[in-house]
Design a protein around this ligand. Structure first.
Ligand code: AMP
Ligand code: MG
Length: 330
């Protein structure tokens, strides 16, 4: 067990993070989506350590994070026209693009695939860290595998204390759900994981964009999508928006049985009922995305059971939110 320090991002903590990264260690750092657990992407041992610390299955590849002025052509072999256009429109930001790899980083990053996922985060603290170390940083979310992704330094600490030396604290992540993962290896881009940069936004920018839907028996394009994910450590129940009455009755039944039940829903639904134990996701779709993991983590500490009502809206950003909710609620 090592001592785990949480430090705000300044010259001193950046120097420490550089020292850890260059000696093969892992550093947790904030991004605009969730906190990442970063290691030098060139270093086999360091990348292996990420999988070990998280208990991550070794067929679930990592995203490489780089600063704004990093020369991508050093890592990937072909960047299609639409990817350049999307980079202009959305980067730095919560969009990860998958390219044909040049196999310069450790093969453990992509778990042996011939592609590489790259992201340029917009968070100022993330940029400062990436510039300071000036290396491609392989980083998944900084949680124990399958648990809810962390959106505060405290969440990271709760999962990884004793296992890493340093958590760079950049406050609460504003985005709240993981980046959109976009396959850029074909003629038409394809969303492998939905996020804040939506399929609709991508299609509006470059004309066309597909959405990958996992089918039984098919080779999985984005291996991460097949795993149970984002699960709180308590019982859960998810109801569709149209079944909100039923959800409320179920909540009351649980309360009457003496269970610590918490009700998770958007503000408009919360205002329809008298809910004492409320996990309010907020009003707008960006608020809902931003609050989801924070409220799941709050809920698992306080509740025996979290009863959630799906948001009314189901497209755009809510498509990605629903994908996470379904996985979190099993
Ligand atoms: P995480 O950083 O924990 O959110 O996980 C990274 C996500 O990116 C997972 O869903 C991976 O499956 C996906 N990913 C990473 N690299 C690739 C790649 N080369 N091809 C397809 N998906 C990838
Ligand atoms: Mg993750």
């Amino acid at each position: 067990m090592m001592d785990t320090r949480i430090l705000t991002i300044d010259e001193q903590s950046l120097k420490l993070s550089e020292k850890i990264i260059k000696s093969g260690g892992c550093v947790a750092f904030p991004t605009e989506t969730v906190y990442g657990l970063g290691a030098n992407a060139f270093d086999d041992g360091a990348v292996g350590r990420i999988f070990e610390i998280k208990g991550r299955p070794n067929d679930n590849p990592l995203i490489v994070h780089v600063h704004e002025d990093f020369d991508l052509s050093a890592l990937v072999s072909f960047i299609p026209w639409y990817a350049k256009q999307l980079a202009k429109a959305f980067l730095p930001g919560p969009l990860t693009m998958v390219y044909k790899s040049k196999n310069r980083v450790s093969p453990a990053v992509s778990c042996g695939l011939d592609t590489l996922a790259v992201r340029i985060p917009s968070h100022r603290g993330a940029q400062a860290f990436l510039r300071f170390v000036n290396l491609p940083i392989a980083a998944p979310s900084a949680n124990i595998s399958k648990h809810v992704s962390p959106v505060t330094a405290q969440h990271v600490y709760d999962d990884l204390k004793g296992k890493i030396e340093l958590i760079l604290d950049g406050g609460k992540c504003t985005g709240g759900i993981e980046s959109t993962v976009l396959d850029c290896t074909s003629d038409v881009p394809c969303v492998l994981r939905s996020g804040l940069v939506t399929r609709e936004m991508i299609a509006a920018t470059v004309g066309e964009c597909n959405q990958y839907v996992m089918k039984e028996g098919e080779r999985v394009l984005s291996p991460g999508m097949k795993y149970k994910h984002y699960s709180p450590k308590c019982k859960t129940a998810l109801f569709g928006y149209d079944n909100r009455e039923q959800a409320y009755k179920y909540y009351l039944d649980c309360i009457n049985r003496g269970e610590r039940a918490y009700f998770m829903c958007e503000s408009a639904v919360a205002s329809m009922y008298n809910i004492e134990n409320l996990l309010d996701l907020g009003g707008t779709e960006l608020e809902i995305a931003s609050n989801l993991y924070d409220k799941l983590r709050e809920g698992e500490i306080k509740a025996d059971i979290i009863i959630a009502v799906a948001p009314q809206k189901q497209d755009g950003v809510m498509y990605g939110v629903m994908n996470r909710m379904r996985k979190a609620f099993g």
